[in-house]
Design a protein around this ligand. Structure first.
Ligand SMILES: *[C@@H]1O[C@H](CO)[C@@H](O)[C@H](O)[C@H]1NC(C)=O
Ligand SMILES: *[C@@H]1O[C@H](CO)[C@@H](O)[C@H](O)[C@H]1NC(C)=O
Ligand SMILES: *[C@@H]1O[C@H](CO)[C@@H](O)[C@H](O)[C@H]1NC(C)=O
Length: 379
């Protein structure tokens, strides 16, 4: 009896404690409005030097929206954060200062303001292509000093909201690597509307060692992590390498000795994380604006072929960049984030919709169409 009085996420917590994955979710009292349920899901991907955005539509199509190159301020911030350790827990004074800044309409910290600028620009550019929703998911590089608190405050300061603020057991952050993993069709459950069924599906999925390789004009950034699901709770400690000296802009002319030194340095960097790990890489996911550069791809393929394990058996097929990826690397993480937004828009987090809700939404739409002909094409 007591249980019924508690908010339902306590029920979820209790269920997990008891490892009873098939605990029932309560039925929702109301249906989601079509304006949420059928709206495009908008995902942003912040990299170390630019941002991209994508939308996942109700009918299952995904479209790329915008690419925005970041300011030099932002790039410098990323270099600084990449070289910092994970910050200690914020003190009461710091929390108070952040809170006060937000209360008077300032960014929580100067770093937050720089990140918010890029988010705001992405939102503006995205809105030119598609009426963009205000509640989004933003992925960020998994650098220890890039805190989710800063990302969330930046989203808020840009005038938007995040879906990564739902209570346990929903994810509170989404790394570029995981988002791109999901965008490539990995670690996704069919029953995403039902928390526990979805968890059951993940239990039967293979554990992948995911090697994410992102290459841009300003950086080579790689992460390695092991997981089954793209959008589940993320406690993982993906290891990372961020090399701001080896971006494609630093490539020397091709007739110099420095040219081959540059590429052999890249090759060594690409082998760094896989060689440190004790499991062979099973999935290679590409990201970054210059990931499809032909020389980079050939260096990457050659490097991966020197490793043993399942990946070394992967052969190059004729889709341009081998078996490594299906999604365009530049937009992969944003497309993954957009997909996760669609999941959240379609499924309330703390209850399950009644079957009649689809019908109800269809009826409502029809009513709108009849009431205002010509004004209701937006689905
Ligand atoms: C989904 O809708 C978009 C825009 O209305 C359209 O371009 C696309 O072809 C549709 N996709 C499918 C699979 O129907
Ligand atoms: C080297 O660069 C020049 C000029 O950019 C180009 O014409 C040539 O094909 C390149 N050579 C190789 C081996 O890539
Ligand atoms: C790297 O990517 C950027 C952004 O897409 C592009 O403008 C640039 O031409 C690329 N560099 C090379 C050498 O391909």
């Amino acid at each position: 009896m007591m249980l019924l009085l508690l908010p339902s996420y306590y029920t979820i917590l209790l269920c997990i404690q008891h490892l009873m994955w098939d605990c029932p979710m309560p039925e929702c009292a109301t249906c989601l409005p079509a304006s949420v349920h059928d709206a495009p899901g908008i995902g942003f991907d912040l990299t170390t030097s630019y941002g991209t955005s994508a939308a996942r539509l109700h009918n299952g199509s995904t479209i790329n929206l915008a690419v925005v190159q970041a300011s030099s301020e932002y790039r410098n911030l990323m270099v600084r954060l990449a070289n910092m350790r994970k910050p200690p827990e914020t003190t009461i004074q710091e929390n108070f200062r952040r809170w006060l800044n937000k209360k008077v309409g300032w960014p929580a910290t100067p770093d937050v303001s720089i990140i918010a600028d890029l988010i705001r620009q992405l939102h503006r550019e995205s809105a030119k292509v598609l009426q963009a929703s205000e509640r989004i998911v933003v992925t960020a590089p998994l650098l220890p000093a890039v805190t989710q608190e800063d990302i969330n405050d930046a989203i808020e300061y840009a005038g938007l909201q995040s879906w990564l603020t739902l209570p346990f057991p929903y994810p509170r952050r989404l790394s570029e690597a995981r988002a791109a993993f999901g965008a490539n069709g990995n670690g996704l459950c069919q029953t995403y509307k039902y928390l526990y069924q979805c968890e059951d599906e993940y239990e039967d999925m293979p554990f992948e060692t995911v090697y994410f390789v992102s290459f841009s004009q300003y950086a080579l950034y790689t992460t390695i992590g092991a997981y089954t699901s793209a959008f589940a709770l993320d406690f993982s400690s993906e290891r990372y390498l961020a090399d701001f000296e080896s971006g494609l802009d630093n490539q020397p002319p091709n007739d110099t000795a420095a040219y081959s030194e540059y590429w052999s340095h890249i090759s060594n960097q690409l082998l760094d994380l896989p060689k440190q790990g004790n499991r062979p890489v099973t999935k290679l996911i590409l990201g970054g604006e210059n990931a499809t550069h032909p020389k980079f791809l050939s260096v990457l393929t050659e490097a991966m072929n020197t490793l043993s394990g399942p990946f070394s058996q992967v052969t190059t097929t004729d889709n341009g960049y081998g078996d490594m990826t299906v999604e365009e690397p530049l937009f992969a993480a944003a497309r993954g984030a957009a997909l996760y937004v669609r999941w959240r828009q379609e499924a309330p987090f703390d209850c399950v919709e009644r079957d009649e809700c689809e019908l109800e939404r269809a009826r409502m739409k029809e009513a709108v169409v009849t009431a205002a002909p010509g004004k209701a094409e937006l689905r």
